[in-house]
Design a protein. Structure first.
Ligand code: URA
Length: 234
C-alpha cells in the first residue's frame, strides 16, 4: 500500500462492501466517515483508521479476495478437506476462500476463487448468462452438422435444451465452445450429443476475463480493480 493509504472508494470495494461506483455515490451522499470525519471524494484511508459506511464500521477482515487461478488437471473444485486433491489446500491461501463454480477434475483452465459470496452467487446465477469459453480437443473431426446443432441449442437429455452455443473452429479436431450456462459436465455432454467426444478441455475465458499466457498452470493472481468491477457488471 501507498504510504498515504488507499483511496476510500478502492478501500470499500476491496473490503467487499460495495463497488467503487456505489462507494462514490455514498461518499457524495455523505454516508462515509473516516475517523469521525465525513469523507470527501478522493479521501484516502490508512490501515490504522476507522471507516464507517452507512452507519456501520467496515471490518478489515472483510477484504474482498478474487483470484484468477489456472487450474491444472487432477485438482478437485471442492472445499472438502477430506478430498486430498481439493483446490483450497492446493492454493494454500492465508484466508478462507472457495471456488466460483466447478471444473471437472480432468478439466484445466480459468477458475475464479473468492471469499465474496454475493459475487460468486451473481456469476453463477442461471439468469446472468455469463459467457464461459472452452478450448475442446476432440476425438473425431468436427463437421458443419455438429456446429449447426451446437449453435441451435443441443438436447443433452434434460428437460430443457441447452442454450445456443458459439463455436470457433481452430483445427480439424479442435474448437472453442462458448456457453452461457453451467450444467453438469455440460461441454462434454454437448459434444457427445452431437456425435463427438471431448478428449481434453480447458476453460479459456469467463465473461471478459481471459486466461492469459502469463499465468502459469497451477498459479493464481489477484484480479485488478477494473477486472473486479467488470465482473460485477460495472
Ligand atoms: N463442461 C464440462 O463438461 N466440464 C467442465 O469441467 C466444464 C464444463
Amino acid at each position: 500500500m501507498d504510504e498515504n493509504g488507499v483511496r476510500i472508494n478502492k478501500f470499500l470495494s476491496e473490503a467487499g462492501v460495495c463497488s467503487r461506483r456505489e462507494a462514490d455515490r455514498q461518499i457524495e451522499a455523505g454516508n462515509v466517515v473516516i475517523d469521525g470525519k465525513t469523507a470527501g471524494t478522493g479521501a484516502r484511508v490508512l490501515p490504522s483508521q476507522e471507516v464507517i459506511f452507512c452507519g456501520k464500521p467496515v471490518k478489515k477482515e472483510n477484504e474482498m479476495i478474487l483470484l484468477a487461478f489456472y487450474k491444472p488437471a487432477g485438482i478437485v473444485c471442492t472445499t472438502e478437506k477430506r478430498e486430498k486433491d481439493n483446490v483450497v489446500d492446493y492454493i494454500h491461501y492465508p484466508k478462507r476462500i472457495y471456488p466460483v463454480g466447478r471444473l471437472d477434475k480432468d478439466t484445466e483452465g480459468l477458475l475464479l476463487i473468492t471469499n465474496d459470496g454475493p459475487l460468486a452467487h451473481a456469476l453463477l446465477s442461471p439468469g446472468r448468462h455469463v459467457d464461459k469459453e472452452y478450448e475442446c480437443h476432440l476425438a473425431h473431426t468436427f463437421d458443419a452438422h455438429q456446429r449447426e446443432l451446437l449453435e441451435q441449442g443441443v438436447d443433452i437429455g434434460e428437460q430443457k435444451k441447452c442454450r445456443p452455443a458459439v463455436v470457433r473452429i481452430l483445427e480439424e479436431k479442435k474448437i472453442t465452445l462458448t456457453i452461457t450456462e453451467g450444467r453438469f459436465h455440460q461441454v462434454k455432454r454437448m459434444l457427445h450429443a452431437v456425435g463427438n467426444e471431448v478428449v481434453y478441455l480447458k476453460r479459456i475465458r469467463m465473461d471478459r476475463l481471459q486466461l492469459e499466457d502469463s499465468l502459469e498452470k497451477g498459479a493464481y493472481r489477484r484480479l485488478t480493480d477494473e477486472e473486479v468491477e467488470s465482473l460485477r457488471g460495472g
